[in-house]
Design a protein around this ligand. Structure first.
Ligand SMILES: [Zn+2]
Length: 250
C-alpha cells in the first residue's frame, strides 16, 4: 500500500502517451484476470472505480475502459447505478462453459493428433518445458504459479493446433471457467491436476490414436466434477490491499 500520493508522470509525446495508456490498460486487465483466476477476487466482488484507480495509480477514466473491456468478455458485470462486479456465473452458465470447453478442446486435440509424427522439435521442447514448470510449481506448492501455468497449458495446446480463432475462444472460456471454479469449487484445490497434464503430454508425444483427445475430455469432466453448484456467501474484499504492488510508477 502506498503512503504518499503518486507524483505526476513526466510529460510524454502524444504517441508515447497513447502506447503507455494501452499497455497500462492491458496490464490492469491481466492483473485483474490473474486475481480472479487465483481467487483473490471472488465472483460478485464489487470493483469500485475509485479504489482501482488508486490501487493502480491511473485515472478513473482508464479504469472505466478496463471495466468495459472485461464486461465485453463477460468476466465483469456492469449494473446500472450500482457499478461493476466480478461476474458471478450461475450453475447453468458454469455447465455451459465446461460444455463449450469440451467442444473446443476436442477440436484442438483432434487437430494435434492429426499432426505428423514425430512432433516438431520446438513443440516437443515447449511441451516438456511446460511440464517441467508445472512440476516445479507443484513441488514448491506455489498455488498461484500452478493456477497460472495450468491455464497456459491449455492455451499452449491450442496454439500448437494452429487455429487462432479456436485459441481466442478458448482464452475467454478459460477466464470464465476460472470464475466458475472460484464460485463453485468444493475444496481449495487448483483448476487442473498436474498429473493429468503429464499424462496428456505423454499421450501427445506417443500418439496412440484418440488417446490424447479422450484424456482431455476426461480431464475437463474431472475439473467440472470438482464443482459444487451452490453459491457461496459474499465476503468483503479490499481492492487496494490486493493490488498493493501494482501502483503505476511515479
Ligand atoms: Zn488442465
Amino acid at each position: 500500500m502506498t503512503t504518499t500520493s503518486p507524483a505526476k508522470p513526466a510529460r510524454r509525446t502524444p504517441r508515447a502517451r497513447t502506447g503507455a495508456r494501452a499497455s497500462a490498460e492491458s496490464r490492469i486487465v491481466r492483473s485483474i484476470g490473474e486475481a480472479i483466476a487465483d481467487r483473490r477476487l471472488p465472483p460478485g466482488t464489487k470493483l469500485t472505480e475509485e479504489s482501482l484507480a488508486e490501487a493502480f495509480g491511473v485515472s478513473r477514466e482508464r479504469v472505466r475502459k478496463v471495466l468495459l473491456l472485461l464486461a465485453q468478455r463477460r468476466v465483469v458485470t456492469l449494473i446500472p447505478n450500482r457499478g461493476a462486479f466480478v461476474a458471478k456465473p450461475t450453475p447453468k452458465e458454469a455447465r455451459e462453459v465446461f460444455e463449450a470447453r469440451r467442444v473446443i478442446e476436442r477440436a484442438i486435440m483432434e487437430r494435434l493428433e492429426r499432426m505428423p509424427r514425430p512432433l516438431p522439435d520446438d513443440v516437443l521442447d515447449k511441451l516438456r518445458g511446460h511440464g517441467a514448470l508445472e512440476d516445479a510449481a507443484e513441488l514448491a506448492a506455489d498455488r498461484k504459479a500452478m493456477i497460472r501455468l495450468s491455464g497456459q497449458f491449455h492455451l499452449l495446446l491450442a496454439e500448437f493446433a494452429g487455429n487462432a480463432t479456436l485459441t481466442g475462444i478458448l482464452a475467454d472460456l478459460i477466464d470464465r471457467s476460472s470464475l466458475a471454479i472460484a464460485a463453485f469449487e468444493r475444496r481449495s484445490s487448483h483448476t487442473c491436476s498436474a498429473d493429468d497434464h503429464r499424462r496428456l503430454i505423454a499421450a501427445l508425444i506417443g500418439n496412440a490414436p484418440g488417446e490424447a483427445t479422450a484424456l482431455m475430455i476426461d480431464h475437463l469432466d474431472e475439473v467440472e466434477r470438482q464443482l459444487d453448484l451452490e453459491a457461496k456467501a459474499d465476503t468483503r474484499i479490499d481492492l487496494k490491499a490486493i493490488f498493493a504492488d501494482e501502483h503505476e510508477p511515479a
